[in-house]
Write a protein that binds this ligand. Structure first.
Ligand SMILES: *Cc1c(COP(=O)(O)O)cnc(C)c1O
Length: 727
C-alpha cells in the first residue's frame, strides 16, 4: 500500500491544533495571540482532516468495480465509530447537561445528524454524510462538478458562519438562516462544510491518478498566498464583527487544497507501523475526555493554578495525556482491524486483474499506432472476462475517451458505473430501445441500410457509426452496393460520428488471408473516397482490431479498436508481423480442496473409464467448467501448484477438477493453484490453454465464470507484493 509519510505527520500536527482550539494555550497570555492560534492557524486542522480522508478514500477507489460498496462500508464504519464514541461520552454528556435541552425528535436529529453528540463528535456524522454525497456527485457527474456543487454549499455555509453578519443584514436571508438554525446549530456540518474538503481530496486523488497535478512551485506559492489571505480575511471579519461562529473562511479552501497537494507529493511503500497513522484520529476522539481528566486530577492534587489556570501548561498536559492514551489505544486495538486487505484466504477460485499491465498494454498499443490515432477500447463481454466497468474506468483514467461494447445493456452498465466519453454499440439494437440510446448518450452501429431507415424513423437525433461490410459478410451494409451505402448518410435524424469495417482474416499471415484483408481495406478506402466525392463526411474512420494493429501496422485511420491485445493476449500463438510487448492482465487461480491417494485401478471423478493407471496422489482443485475451464481441457491440460506443473487427470466437473501430484507430499488443502498466470519460475498463458482446447484466447477469457472472486492488483503495488484490493 502507498503511504504518505508527510501526510501522516501533518495529521498529527492537525490533531494537536484541534486540542489547541478546545484549550486555548495562549488564553492566559494574550487574547490576540489566542485568536491567531485558535481562530486562524488551528482552523486549518479539521478541513485538512476531511481533505485527507477524501484523498485516501477516493484514491483507493480507482480500479475498483464495486466502489459504491466500499464507500458505503466506509461511511458505515465511520457511523459505528460515532456510535462507540457517543457511548464513551455518554457519562460526560449527562454530567454536562448536554441531553437536558433535547426535547423532540427534531432535537435528537439535530444533535445526532449535525451538531454531534459531544462538542467535537460532529466530525463523524459530517464525514459519513459528506463522503456519500461527494461520491454520489462524482459518480453521476464528475470530480470537477463535485467540487463545484460542494463549493456552492460551502458558500451558503459561509453566510451562516464567519460571514453571518452579511446574511443578517438582509431580511430574507436572515429568515432563511433562522430556519436553517432550527435544523442545526452551525453550518459547519456534513452538508455545508465537509463536502467541499472531501471533494478537494477527491480532486487531488484524481489529479494524482491522471498525472495532472499542478507543479510543486505553484502549489507552494498557492499555499503561502492562501494562508496569508486567509489570515487577513479572519482579521477583517473579526474587526467588522461579522462572524457568528468562525470555522469557515473563503481562503481556507485553497489553503487546504494546496496543503494536501504539497503533502502528497511524496509517497512511499513503507509498511511498518501502520497503526501509527491512526494516532491522530484517536487524539481527536479522546482529547475532550483528557481535558476532563486533567481538570479532575488538578483538583485532586491541588494543582489547579498550574494545570488549569495557566493555559499553556493546561494545553501541554492535555496534549501529553491525549498522546499517551492514543498510543496505548492504537497498541491495544485489535491487531486484525489494522491489517490491510490481502488475498482472501477464503477464496475458492478467483481471477486476479493487474491494472498496471492494462496500463502498460494500452501504452504499447498507443506506441504502435500513428501519433494522432486514438484507441477505442473494446470492453465487450465484461472486458473479455476482466470486468467491464473495472477495465473501462481504469482506461478512462488513462485518457481513453471511446469504448466499444457488444450490446445496449453492456453500454448502460458502463454508464451507470461512471464511464463517460463515447460508447459505441457494435451490434444491432431493437427499435423498442432507441429511447435508451438517447437517454444514455450512446452511439449505435448501423448494421445495414434497413437498420439505418429504422433508426432515422425514430424521429429524434441518434448518433451512429456506419458499419461497412467489406467482405466478412457479417454486419454492415455491403460496399458492393454503393447507392444503399450512400442512402444511409442522406437520412434525416442520424448524426454520423464514424464509419468502420472489420477485417475477417487479419489474424493469419498466409497469402490468401493477407490478400483478403488487403482487398477489404481497398474496398473500404474506395467507398470512403466515393462518399467524400459526394460531399459526405464519413466521420471517424476505423478498421483495425488487435490483429489489424499487429499485422497491418502501416494502416493509418483515426481510431483502432483493440480488444484482446489490451488484455495482454492474442487469440492464438500464430506469428504476427509487429510483435508488441503485451503483458497478460488476468490470472486465474483456485485452491486445493483435498489431497487423496488413489490406488491403481480406482476411479478418479466421473466416468468408470477414468481410472488410475498406477497408485496416484491426486489433488482436488476447487474450479470447474462453470468457472470457465472448458471440459475438453482435461485432455492434456495442466496447472501450476507450488511452482511446478501438475497434469489434469480425470474429467473436469462443474466445480472441481483433479490434478496428479504424485510424489509431492508438500501439497496441502488451501494451496493456491494457477490455471492461467505465473507461479514462481513458470507460467501458463491463456493462449496455451486455448490451443489445448481447440479455441482462441478470446473465447476462454470471455467465458470466465461470474461466480469467481475478483482481486484487483493496483499498479501502486509492485510485483511480488501481496497486498490486493478485494472487490
Ligand atoms: C470484438 C471486436 C473488436 C475487438 O477485437 P479483438 O480481436 O479482440 O481486438 C473490434 N471490432 C469489432 C467490430 C469487434 O466486434
Amino acid at each position: 500500500m502507498l503511504r504518505y509519510p508527510l501526510l501522516d505527520r501533518a495529521k498529527l500536527v492537525a490533531a494537536f491544533l484541534v486540542i489547541a482550539i478546545h484549550t486555548g494555550p495562549l488564553q492566559s497570555y494574550s487574547s490576540y495571540g489566542d485568536f491567531v492560534v485558535t481562530r486562524i492557524a488551528a482552523r486549518l486542522a479539521v478541513p485538512f482532516f476531511f481533505a485527507t480522508a477524501g484523498f485516501l478514500l477516493y484514491r483507493k477507489l480507482y480500479g475498483l468495480a464495486e466502489d459504491g460498496v466500499v464507500v458505503r462500508r466506509y461511511a458505515g464504519r465511520v457511523l459505528l465509530l460515532y456510535a462507540g464514541s457517543t457511548l464513551l461520552y455518554l457519562p460526560l454528556m449527562l454530567y454536562a447537561g448536554y441531553l437536558s435541552d433535547m426535547h423532540g425528535v427534531r432535537d435528537v436529529l439535530r444533535v445526532a445528524v449535525f451538531d454531534g453528540t459531544f462538542y467535537h463528535l460532529w466530525y463523524l456524522p459530517a464525514l459519513a454524510i459528506g463522503v456519500l454525497l461527494v461520491y454520489a456527485l462524482s459518480r453521476r457527474l464528475s470530480a470537477a462538478w463535485a467540487v463545484g456543487i460542494a463549493s456552492v454549499l460551502y458558500l451558503a455555509g459561509l453566510l451562516g458562519d464567519s460571514y453571518y453578519g452579511l446574511a443578517a443584514s438582509a431580511p430574507a436571508l436572515d429568515a432563511f438562516y433562522d430556519s436553517l438554525f432550527g435544523l442545526f446549530t452551525y453550518t459547519r456540518n456534513g452538508l455545508f462544510f465537509a463536502p467541499l474538503y472531501l471533494a478537494l481530496g477527491l480532486l487531488v486523488a484524481e489529479q494524482t491518478r491522471a498525472r495532472t497535478r499542478p507543479p510543486a512551485r505553484a502549489v507552494w506559492i498557492g499555499l503561502a498566498v492562501s494562508v496569508v489571505l486567509m489570515s487577513v480575511e479572519a482579521i477583517l471579519l473579526r474587526t467588522w464583527e461579522l462572524p457568528r461562529h468562525d470555522s469557515m473562511y473563503v481562503f481556507l479552501a485553497p489553503a487546504v487544497y494546496c496543503g494536501l497537494l504539497a503533502l502528497t507529493r511524496r509517497s512511499s511503500r513503507a509498511s511498518g507501523k501502520r497503526g501509527m497513522r491512526d494516532v491522530s484520529l484517536w487524539i481527536y476522539l479522546l482529547h475532550p475526555l483528557v481535558i476532563v481528566l486533567v481538570r479532575g486530577l488538578a483538583e485532586l492534587l491541588g494543582a489547579v493554578p498550574w494545570l488549569v489556570t495557566d493555559s499553556m501548561l493546561h494545553y501541554v498536559a492535555v496534549a501529553a495525556g491525549s498522546w499517551t492514551i492514543s498510543i496505548l489505544a492504537v497498541r491495544w486495538w485489535p491487531a486484525q482491524a489494522r491489517k490491510g486487505p490481502s488475498v482472501p484466504r477464503s477464496s475458492r477460485a478467483w481471477k486476479e486483474i493487474d491494472l498496471g499491465r492494462l496500463r502498460h498494454n494500452l501504452a504499447e498499443l498507443r506506441r504502435a499506432v500513428r501519433g494522432d490515432c486514438q484507441v477505442m477500447a473494446v470492453v465487450k463481454a465484461e472486458a473479455y472476462g476482466h470486468g467491464g466497468a473495472l477495465a473501462a474506468r481504469w482506461l478512462q483514467g488513462e485518457g481513453v475517451r471511446e469504448y466499444a461494447v457488444a450490446c445496449m445493456d453492456e453500454a448502460i452498465a458502463l454508464r451507470k458505473q461512471g464511464v463517460r466519453g463515447d460508447i459505441l454499440i457494435l451490434g444491432r439494437t431493437s427499435p423498442e430501445r432507441y429511447r435508451e440510446l438517447i437517454r444514455y448518450r450512446l452511439q449505435q452501429t448501423v448494421v445495414d441500410a434497413e437498420d439505418a431507415v429504422a433508426l432515422s424513423r425514430y424521429g429524434r437525433t441518434i448518433t451512429v457509426q456506419v458499419k461497412l461490410d467489406t467482405g466478412m459478410h457479417r454486419l454492415g451494409e455491403s460496399t458492393d452496393r454503393f447507392e444503399r451505402v450512400l442512402s444511409i448518410y442522406r437520412l434525416p435524424h442520424l448524426r454520423i460520428a464514424g464509419t468502420y469495417t472489420h477485417l475477417g482474416s487479419s489474424d493469419r499471415l498466409e497469402q490468401t488471408d493477407e490478400a483478403l484483408a488487403r482487398a477489404q481495406v481497398g474496398r473500404f478506402d474506395a467507398v470512403v473516397a466515393r462518399l467524400r466525392g459526394c460531399g459526405i463526411d464519413p466521420g471517424l474512420l476505423h478498421v483495425q482490431s488487435s490483429y489489424g494493429i499487429v499485422n497491418y501496422p502501416e494502416l493509418s485511420y483515426d481510431r483502432v479498436r483493440p480488444g484482446i491485445a489490451l488484455y495482454g493476449a492474442l487469440s492464438t500463438r500464430e506469428p504476427v508481423r509487429q510483435a508488441l510487448d503485451l503483458r497478460p492482465v488476468l490470472a486465474l487461480r483456485a485452491r486445493v480442496s483435498t489431497v487423496r491417494q488413489v490406488a491403481r485401478g480406482e476411479q478418479i471423478g466421473y466416468g468408470s473409464d477414468c481410472r488410475a493407471a498406477a497408485d496416484r496422489l491426486v489433488a482436488i482443485v476447487s474450479i470447474g467448467y462453470a468457472d470457465g475451464v472448458p471440459r475438453v481441457y482435461a485432455d492434456g491440460g495442466r496447472v501450476l501448484v507450488r511452482g511446478a506443473y501438475a497434469p489434469i487427470v480425470g474429467r473436469i466437473c462443474m466445480d472441481h477438477l483433479s490434478v496428479d501430484v504424485t510424489g509431492r507430499e508438500d501439497i496441502h488443502p488451501g494451496d493456491p493453484v494457477t490455471l492461467i498466470g505465473r507461479d514462481g519460475a513458470h507460467a501458463i498463458t491463456v493462449e496455451e490453454v486455448a490451443e489445448r482446447c481447440g479455441t482462441i484466447a478470446n473465447e476462454l477469457l470471455s467465458r470466465i465464470g461470474r461466480r469467481l472472486d475478483c482481486m484487483v492488483h493496483p499498479p501502486e503495488v509492485q510485483d511480488g507484493e501481496t497486498e490486493f484490493m478485494v472487490c
